[in-house]
Design a protein around this ligand. Structure first.
Ligand SMILES: *Cc1c(COP(=O)(O)O)cnc(C)c1O
Length: 487
């Protein structure tokens, strides 16, 4: 971080300095009005920084170094599965045969791309235990909405119009109730019990003939496995609803168990989390949706199909389909990366991923449990939630500890989520980190817990090592200053 204090590009600007060198004009110069027309000419002077090419390169290089990603360091952001994105995926996604094709091309000329997508559909069916899969949705939340629209179409096809409610647990990811609302349902909360699992009595209370679906992650957002999942599914099915699996984070169960075997009817996956699509920068993502056979006719169209003669094509002949949810083939490049990942890992490899992800999380939980409150005592799955309630009594909040972690070069864990846990710190190490990395992070977090006792102001005033200290995050999001403002 040697270049943090370099001046911004506008401050480097010197009148008349340019970042190009072109040969002298050897044709008659035409007036701009003739080239673009009077109406299109700007009236005011543009205010661009005037810098040399080298200054320009230094500016962008300095900015790129301020970025933080999995390729820079440990990124234990709970519920986000910030695992390593293998570079071989990138090589595959850049193959000419996959990049130099166009979605308007005739099917016969893109058989390879269609076959890849078809195989990916099949692989995802096998991983989830579902009967059919669409690759169209562009993100997890988009998959949730698609899945709920399928469930809506299913109920309506049976002239069952009274199902207006979607049940979500109080630990659910925020996108679940949001997707339910956007799909036109009312979100109803089911409580968790003291073990962090769905309270079955409360579920029986809220499930009735108005229930369209239950949305439930398993392992849930506390990183805990819902051991009574089959009873949960039965309660919903008896009430006539469908059970929706938020499969954004499959990292704990691949090759171990499958939503389809647990009683789920619909699942979405985040290929940009579990299946190593690079993410965190705002996209593109991919959120395929899988369904059981009785819902398959409602999937978005077209689906990728294999014809009897062995060729691949797009199946538009789906009269009950909810329609298109994304143009062309979905986010093709992310689907290619996910396919490359699944094929390089193989079934055994994915099983090992889940085992290692769970082992890493439990190892960290165990080592940290003497220093932080642990609200739940059972083994965790791919992630776990600590509480900063002990440190809060010393005047140090979870936010302070997260900021202090920045000083040690880490991306902090997810904080204040799930809401159920006071001063929550949600840690997801993933399987791709070494024991040394985990130990170093644990040691730093323990050091911060000790600082909370001996030198709380050091934590309260953190970060000390970053370019920018604490922001008013709400103002930064609502009123971003995206242009240079001269002071
Ligand atoms: C990340 C996540 C989502 C949302 O996925 P996006 O691709 O960001 O829309 C939904 N549910 C859970 C549990 C998640 O972790």
């Amino acid at each position: 971080m040697d270049n943090q204090n370099q001046p911004l590009i506008f401050e480097r600007s010197r009148e008349g300095r340019v970042a190009f060198s072109l040969p002298e004009l050897d044709v008659p110069e035409k007036p701009l009005t003739e080239l673009v027309g009077e109406a299109y000419l700007r009236q005011d002077e543009p205010h661009f920084p005037e810098v040399s090419e080298l200054e320009l390169i230094r500016h962008y290089t300095a900015l790129s170094r301020r970025n933080f990603g999995v390729d820079n360091g440990f990124y234990p952001l709970g519920s986000c599965t910030m695992k390593y994105n293998p570079k071989v995926n990138e090589q595959v996604a850049r193959l000419d045969g996959l990049t130099k094709i166009h979605p308007y091309q005739d099917e016969q000329t893109v058989q390879g791309a269609l076959e890849l997508l078809y195989r990916l559909q099949e692989n995802l069916q096998e991983i989830t235990g579902m009967d059919a899969v669409t690759l169209q949705p562009a993100a997890g939340a988009h998959g949730e909405w698609t899945g709920l629209m399928i469930i809506r179409a299913y109920h309506e096809s049976r002239a069952d119009f009274k199902r207006t409610k979607v049940i979500v647990p109080d630990t659910a990811h925020g996108t679940n109730p949001a997707s339910a609302a956007v799909a036109g349902f009312e979100a109803v909360t089911v409580k968790s019990n003291e073990n962090g699992l769905v309270d079955l009595d409360d579920l029986r209370r809220v499930a009735d003939e108005t229930t369209a679906a239950l949305m439930l992650t398993n392992p849930n957002t506390l990183g805990l496995f819902e051991t009574q999942i089959q009873d949960i599914a039965e309660i919903i099915h008896e009430a006539g609803g469908k059970v929706y699996y938020d499969g954004a984070n499959m990292n704990a169960i691949m090759g171990v168990t499958r939503p389809g075997d647990m009683g789920y009817d619909v699942v979405h996956l985040n290929l940009h989390k579990t299946f190593t699509g690079p993410h965190g920068g705002g996209g593109p993502g991919s959120g395929p949706v899988g369904v059981k056979a009785d819902l398959a006719s409602f999937l978005p169209k077209p689906l990728i199909m294999k014809r009897e003669n062995g060729s691949f094509g797009l199946d538009f002949d789906r009269p009950q389909s909810i329609g298109r949810v994304k143009a062309f083939y979905g986010n093709f490049g992310i689907n290619v990366r996910a396919y490359a990942y699944i094929r390089t890992m193989g079934g055994k490899g994915l099983f090992q991923v889940s085992k290692d992800a769970v082992l890493n999380a439990n190892y960290m939980l165990k080592r940290l449990s003497g220093y932080f409150e642990t609200p739940f005592k059972q083994l965790c799955k791919h992630e776990f939630v600590l509480s900063g309630s002990r440190q809060k009594k010393l005047g140090v909040r979870t936010l302070d500890m997260a900021k202090r972690l920045l000083d040690f070069g880490y991306y902090p864990p997810t904080i204040y989520f799930p809401l159920l846990v006071d001063e929550a710190l949600m840690i997801e190490p993933t399987e791709t980190e070494s024991k040394e990395t985990l130990d170093a992070f644990i040691d730093h977090l323990i050091e911060i817990a000790k600082e909370a006792e001996s030198a709380p102001e050091k934590v309260q005033e953190a970060p000390h090592q970053t370019v920018i200290g604490r922001l008013d995050e709400t103002r930064a999001a609502r009123h971003p200053v995206l242009r240079y403002v001269k002071e």
